[in-house]
Design a protein. Structure first.
Length: 306
């Protein structure tokens, strides 16, 4: 990691953003955290001040406001050091059916989650990343942006749009030695996730627990410092990927509680049935009867072989 390479975390005063700031501080980076709430900024700086050898700074910023974002990035470049790592974690949730959502609430979510990330990325590029031809941007998405969820149409729309932002910007900046990636967490135990929601989904997760903000922070740090990975969306939702492969999730959930040795030494078909997975037909069932090519048949007829 380059000396004095600074990390800026928008939305870095709570949840995943706070954990990301702590992770970069442990790595020795000077870190700047931003939030629109001054009390949250002061509390985060106090909490992070003993997290590692890096130095933490805090500043107020409203990611919905272009002037505020540009002022924050200029301050970070001056006070914290050359910004090499940008993490856009500022976001708000909205649990409401679309027909019950006002236009004001829609714009608030989209302006924070989508426009905020666009403004932060552009400001960081103009502040120094493009000139130095070096940097890494990590956006924070959500599994809801990929899968959808009833009652979260506006929130899901904002997070799905971040995928397009991430992949398109990665292509724009690859020639400038700047990487752009996304983490796409599933159910993470943060202040934005309601306790009753976590309890409802725990039974469907093979690990029997939601993810933690510190675990997402490790993924963010990996993407930011990898150097050669760009344009990637890293999902933190392995439990859902597993369940997608199941013919019957209920059977699979029960099978996961059985000892592994029950399926040892059994055939692949029996093993699949024991784990609640669909069985595959033998290879012969997939084979299509083959006929010689027409040219081959013609030559064989001329030679009296057919």
């Amino acid at each position: 990691m380059a000396a004095r390479a600074a990390c800026v975390v928008f939305g870095g005063t709570r949840g995943i953003g706070l954990a990301v700031a702590r992770r970069f501080l442990r790595a020795g980076c000077p870190v700047a955290v931003f939030s629109r709430d001054r009390d949250n900024v002061e509390a985060a700086v106090e909490q992070l001040s003993s997290s590692g050898p890096g130095v933490v700074h805090g500043h107020c910023c409203d990611v919905r406001n272009e002037a505020s974002v540009h002022e924050a990035m200029a301050w970070a470049e001056q006070e914290v050091g050359p910004v090499r790592y940008l993490v856009t974690s500022a976001g708000i949730n909205l649990d409401r059916l679309l027909v019950q959502t006002s236009e004001e609430d829609m714009r608030s979510v989209l302006d924070t989650n989508l426009m905020g990330s666009l403004l932060c990325c552009r400001a960081a590029l103009k502040a120094g990343m493009l000139r130095r031809r070096e940097g890494s941007i990590v956006t924070v998405g959500s599994v809801v942006g990929a899968k959808g969820n009833a009652g979260q149409t506006v929130y899901a729309s904002s997070k799905a749009a971040l995928v397009g932002l991430t992949r398109s910007l990665a292509k724009e900046l690859a020639s400038r030695n700047i990487t752009v990636n996304m983490v796409q967490p599933g159910f993470i135990d943060t202040g934005m996730t309601r306790a009753e929601h976590l309890k409802a989904v725990e039974g469907h997760i093979p690990l029997k627990r939601p993810g933690g903000a510190e675990e997402v922070a490790e993924a963010v740090h990996f993407l930011a410092t990898s150097g050669y990975v760009t344009g990637q969306v890293l999902p933190g939702r392995g439990h859902q990927l597993l369940l997608q492969r199941c013919a019957n999730p209920a059977r699979t959930s029960a099978a996961q509680d059985r000892p592994w040795d029950r399926t040892r030494g059994s055939s692949s078909s029996a093993r699949s049935q024991a784990q609640g997975l669909p069985t595959m037909p033998p290879a012969q069932a997939w084979a299509r009867p083959t006929r010689p090519h027409s040219c081959v048949r013609a030559r064989c007829r001329r030679k009296g072989r057919m």
